[in-house]
Design a binder for this molecule. Sequence first.
Ligand code: NAD
Length: 354
Amino acid sequence: MTAFWTEPDFDDHELVQLVRDRKSGLTAIIALHSTHLGPGAGGTRFWHYADPKDGLRDALRLSRGMSYKNAMAGLPMGGGKAVILAGLDKVKTPEMLAAFGDAVGALGGRYVTAEDVGISEADMVAVSQRTPYVSGLPVEGQGAAGGDPGPFTAMGIYLGIKAAVKHKLGKDSMAGVHVAIQGTGSVGGGVARLLAADGAKLTLADIDADRAAKLAAELGGASAAADAIMDAACDVFSPNALGAVLDDAGIARLDCPIVAGGANNQLARAHHGDQLAARGILYAPDYVINAGGIISVALEYLCRRDGEACSVDTVNQRIAQIPERLEQIWAESDASGISADKVADSMAQKLIGR
Ligand code: NAD
């Protein structure tokens, strides 16, 4: 592996650690971008990378993203991310998870981990046998914070879409507002249900066409082919599946005044935020609008650490602040002519002392 500081995604990360455990066969990278606001929090990804450099890039990029997301969510947490480099067979053993837990523990709380792609709640329970610096563990009682972050993420996005509709279209109600949703999984499906209850007009798409069609039938919406949803004439396009959908071709296809959804890393490159702004499309920066899940995960961790009770109500109160943050970003963007994504980035950088 080449020196990480020559990687274009290296951004003065405080620590980048390669973890090798010969006995279990674990190879992992832990990247701590910033602990300026608190312990670096961000999940662990278990993925097979044909080239390990791609794993390093993911760890660098995703940990910086977590610094920005946690800062903008008002959490006393920094940004970190771990990547376990899976073999081609994608075998994950208890010994690997134990060795990974020991590596997290050795950082003494500077990094707090949780689930990400390829890592389950049961995996995190296994990691938590070796280190206390773990979140995303099973909920500990009725009404307690924690559990599946998807519904919390969906709630933040729903509130963010309402704020965007108010800001751009001057509407206080979602009745009849047409939202095209790409991806009807945990997050997109949750957003669709919340919007349907408000009388929004929905068009749903998923590469699992059955999934989208079933939800559309249940909610009284329409479904579209996955490869056609970005062409839908609508009020809001809500990406809730893949990252990088907002590239040259994707932005050219959009027929909507607002983009607001939960997928991570929606902008393929930095200049795509300018392209959206140039087309007069209001953009809700992804890591601001999709912070509901991390708010839940972080409060679960902080409350357990501090021995305090932490309820779902506390989590929801924090999530209710997402629209205000978006408003601040859009107001500054309107006043300065700087695109919303760049306004958000510079707000986040200020918060983490960069
Ligand atoms: P999920 O796996 O539950 O759902 C994703 C859905 O997208 C699936 O139904 C899948 O079939 C569909 N899909 C995949 N490719 C597609 C395509 N090209 N077109 C249309 N549909 C497609 O995942 P999720 O938890 O709902 O996460 C969705 C997005 O939100 C991801 O980008 C994730 O990183 C991001 N996110 C999730 C959370 C969370 O709390 N779950 C938090 C922040 C961000």
